[in-house]
Design a protein around this ligand. Structure first.
Ligand code: DGY
Length: 432
């Protein structure tokens, strides 16, 4: 079974690899290069095609802006199967955007640092991989500099996102209360996603109005970070996003130490790290819920809902033992009934839970992958094993889908099929 699944996963990744040197998340629905997808994909590629794994990272980092920003989608190629494309986003509005590559003007979780570390773990030619890392690592460092300089408005060690698409958890119920504070026009546009996937599994038309409206505001100000921080109706400190940054800080410290002669950068990274972990525990923890939560900077309050992002700090070594126990207890109590696969993307006990709709409930393999390692690091071996086995079972039963129903009685795979990161990360989980 294991060998067969790995072979199929390799096939998915090979089919989705493009001649320009990057992998699409899946055909039709996502026909370009996505930032956090590329990171997870490079981990899987490292097992069987190191050269493509390196290309994956290179093509992403080649599109970095002059201020260190790395965009969420890079439009290397033309495609009319996706909306909103390059003509809508108009990254050229920002004076420091890449002159060579069109992209969006928003970013996605900063996975690239820890991805380089994972690539080194997996590669058998460590020397060759370290040489590659040496050519890329400063770009990742500059990306972290960008975040701390431009996205940490109170200089507290926590960076903001200004769009739900930056979070990666695009239509999470976490954002519902923010949408209530906005009243965007009803835009006239042609959705493409619902021509590939059943509409019941995707965000609503009205949700797209909110998404587009935030981009229009950013565009009016040429994607200027200061203006966005001042004016965007969506301004959030997201635990998943910040946990990824913290994990990547640690990875950069480890990699720079291996490479040698980077004392100043290591010392800066350590400073960021200490401040970020402290603020994360003080500001993003909710005692009543026993979980980390999002902080709505625009409206000055925690958003009191539990999602799979609430547990992601385990992956980054953020909680102390007491908090780690509390959040695992919350995960098992709310998400972990025997009739369910771990780990739903949103609290199954909430009235906002929807087991079929994208980030409003289904299980996602990338979150499970992070949770597996995080749980294992903290010594929750049985729960880690369950997350791993559930992930494998879902893919074995349903195929390499984008997301999965967490109900055992009503299981199914949803969204895009032959989805690259589901294939990439299952390769890793099947090897360890
Ligand atoms: C989409 O179009 O749904 C993408 O996930 C945005 O990043």
């Amino acid at each position: 079974m294991k060998e067969k699944l790995i072979k199929q996963a390799v096939q998915v990744l090979s089919n989705n690899f493009q001649k320009e040197g990057f992998t699409i998340p899946c055909k039709g629905l996502y026909p370009f290069q996505w930032k956090w997808d590329s990171g997870f994909i490079a981990i899987g590629l490292s097992y069987f095609n190191i050269s493509n794994a390196k290309k994956e990272i290179e093509t992403l980092l080649n599109a970095q802006w002059e201020n260190g920003f790395i965009p969420h989608i890079v439009f290397h190629n033309e495609s009319d199967t996706y909306f909103p494309g390059p003509d809508f986003h108009q990254s050229n509005l920002h004076f420091l955007s890449s002159k060579e590559y069109k992209s969006t003007g928003m970013t996605q979780p900063p996975v690239t640092g820890f991805v380089l570390q994972e690539m080194l773990r997996i590669a058998s030619d460590k020397e060759g991989m370290l040489q590659f890392i040496e050519t890329q690592i400063d770009k990742v460092y500059r990306n972290h500099q960008y975040f701390y300089k431009n996205r940490d408005i109170y200089n507290e060690g926590l960076v903001y996102i200004y769009h739900n698409w930056e979070s990666g958890t695009d239509n999470s119920p976490i954002w519902d209360d923010i949408w209530e504070t906005m009243n965007p026009p009803e835009y006239d546009f042609e959705r493409r996603d619902t021509t590939h996937v059943d509409a019941s599994q995707r965000p609503s038309k009205r949700e797209y109005d909110y998404y587009l409206h935030i981009i229009e505001i950013a565009k009016e100000h040429n994607y200027d970070d200061t203006k966005i921080a001042e004016l965007s109706p969506f301004l959030v400190q997201d635990p998943l996003f910040n946990a990824m940054l913290i994990k990547s800080n640690s990875a950069l410290i480890g990699l720079y130490t291996k490479l040698g002669e980077n004392e100043e950068k290591i010392s800066q990274l350590k400073k960021w790290q200490e401040k970020s972990i402290k603020a994360f525990n003080e500001k993003l923890y909710n005692e009543n819920l026993g979980a980390y939560v999002h902080y709505d900077l625009r409206n000055g309050k925690q958003i009191e809902f539990v999602s799979s992002s609430s547990f992601s700090p385990l992956f980054s070594g953020i909680p102390d033992e007491k908090k780690a126990k509390e959040i695992v207890n919350t995960m098992l109590t709310k998400f972990g009934g025997e009739d369910k696969y771990l780990c739903a993307s949103f609290d199954p006990t909430s009235s906002r839970f929807n087991p079929k709709k994208y980030w409003r409930g289904p299980v996602w393999i990338n979150l499970n992958w992070m949770l597996y390692y995080g749980l294992k690091d903290y010594g929750f071996i049985d729960v880690a094993q369950r997350v791993k086995e559930d992930s494998i079972e879902l893919i074995k039963n349903d195929g390499f889908y984008e997301y999965f129903d967490s109900r055992k009685s009503n299981n199914g795979g949803y969204g895009g099929s032959d989805f690259s990161w589901s294939a990439a990360l299952i390769i890793d989980l099947l090897h360890i």
